[in-house]
Design a protein around this ligand. Structure first.
Ligand code: HEC
Length: 134
């Protein structure tokens, strides 16, 4: 009798586990998208961390001084790039967006992988909100 109870307990746990595991996975997959806050984006608060983690290895001020590559630490330089950026479609900031969305018409940035959906949404939101510094 005791043996049977133990077996049932083990089965119950296994079933619970099977039931809970996939739902846990689903939740963590959904959380980043649902919680991607794109309100009131600013260069200092929101763009700097994304650029720092993904771009400044190549696009720092030091690299700019050495080689003239675009300096993504500088708000003034990013803003100037945006102000001249209407790409082929006439939409403000669309060249930068094509570059990070990696859709083939311009260089892919970062060159070896793609930013997350949330990071890309934040950059697009920042541009739509007039690319403010603070
Ligand atoms: C591994 C080095 C490297 C990383 C990381 C990198 N870039 Fe670049 N980027 C380059 C190089 C080299 C160029 C210039 C040559 C070219 O256009 O391909 C460039 C050019 C650019 C340009 C100018 C394209 C033009 O001519 O209009 C933009 C905008 C840009 N990168 C944005 C970014 C952003 C945003 C990130 C991070 C999300 C990033 N890059 C990450 C190396 C890098």
């Amino acid at each position: 009798m005791k043996f049977i109870t133990n077996i049932s307990l083990v089965c119950l746990c296994l079933m619970l586990g099977l039931f809970l595991l996939p739902s846990c996975k689903k939740n963590t997959d959904q959380v980043p998208q649902n919680t991607c806050d794109t309100n009131n984006m600013t260069f200092s608060k929101d763009m700097t961390p994304i650029f720092k983690n993904n771009c400044l290895g190549c696009h720092s001020k030091a690299q700019y001084d050495a080689s003239g590559i675009m300096n993504l630490e500088s708000y003034a330089m990013v803003k100037l790039y945006l102000d001249n950026d209407y790409h082929a479609d006439g939409i403000y900031g669309s060249k930068l967006m094509h570059i990070i969305e990696q859709n083939g018409s311009v260089p892919n940035m970062p060159p070896s992988y793609k930013l997350s959906t949330c990071e890309i949404s934040k950059i697009q939101a920042w541009i739509n909100q007039k690319a403010k510094e603070n």
